[in-house]
Design a protein around this ligand. Structure first.
Ligand code: SF4
Length: 284
């Protein structure tokens, strides 16, 4: 039995949903190892900055505690350096949907081979409650005491639009389904994005709202239907919202690592004319 615990003192608020996400991540890793899918030494945990990022301290894998908004380029580099690694990238909504949004869009576009889990509590929690791009309009965050004037973005439909090859949404307290979707995301060949709705019980507790509005998808779907489902919830707090959870979309296509492998480049995109002399200069 692999011991995925660490000796670091846990500083999350008592009852924080991050405890459950951590536990699901450990269960997913443990089961994938036991099922022979990967070895313990294959796993790498990458984080950004925020409450989510302490996961780096609490799970016994190799890892990289990244910069704010920069978990994605860090993970890109790791997976390009060694495509055989199983990279689990964790980020927060204030982290990846604000400062890191260009990395998010381009990762979806170029398909690096790793899982991105976004612990989305619709707030900057570590800094005690400022609004993020997924905060609902009117939310009185610390930076907007008269209410958030902005409409939230929908990161799930954005991921689909940008070309993500695996797109899912889960809820932080649904242990069984969150674990299964994490395993599917880690096993997926390509950029596997999971938006984990994780109410912050200290600064933005919308737990009852999610539980009331959530329903499970029987996906994955073909692209058009996946987009329709993704648009069912606009990340607002409207009274008649429906929040679909589960896998929206999955496809296989060449990964970033495939495209940077000189041998596979022409196979992946035979219509492209590669300047092989130039490529040889930059090849590592
Ligand atoms: Fe969890 Fe919120 Fe506390 Fe951060 S501030 S540890 S997200 S409950």
């Amino acid at each position: 039995m692999i011991n995925l615990n660490t000796s670091e003192q846990n500083t999350w608020c008592p009852g924080c949903h991050n405890f459950v996400i951590l536990s699901c991540a450990k269960k997913a890793v443990s089961e994938l190892i036991n099922e022979g899918h990967a070895k313990h030494e294959d796993f790498v945990t990458v984080t950004g900055i925020g409450c989510h990022a302490k996961l780096y301290d609490y799970i016994n894998t190799s890892g990289f505690y990244g910069l704010h908004g920069r978990a994605i380029p860090t993970a890109n580099g790791i997976t390009l350096g060694n495509p055989k690694l199983k990279v689990m990238t964790f980020a927060g909504d204030g982290d990846v949907y604000a400062e890191g949004i260009s990395h998010f869009i381009n990762a979806a576009r170029v398909n690096p081979n790793y899982a991105l889990f976004v612990n989305n509590n619709k707030i900057f929690a570590l800094t005690t409650g400022q609004v993020t791009p997924t905060s609902e309009k009117g939310f009185p965050g610390r930076s907007t005491p008269k209410g958030n004037p902005f409409t939230p973005m929908n990161p799930v439909s954005l991921a689909l639009e940008a070309g993500a090859s695996f797109v899912a949404r889960e809820y932080s307290l649904d242990v069984k389904n969150l674990t299964e979707t994490m395993k599917a995301a880690i096993k997926h060949k390509g950029f596997a994005y999971v938006d984990i709705i994780q109410p912050c019980i200290t600064f933005h507790n919308f737990t009852e709202y999610v539980k009331d509005k959530m329903y499970r998808l029987n996906g994955p779907f073909e692209y058009k239907k996946a987009m329709e489902k993704a648009k069912e919830w606009d990340y607002s707090d409207s009274a008649d919202a429906k929040i679909p959870v589960g896998i929206f979309y999955e496809e296989e296509r060449p990964t970033l690592s495939d495209l940077f492998d000189n041998k596979n480049w022409s196979e992946a995109y035979p219509e492209r004319k590669i300047n092989s002399a130039l490529w040889e200069r930059f090849k590592v």
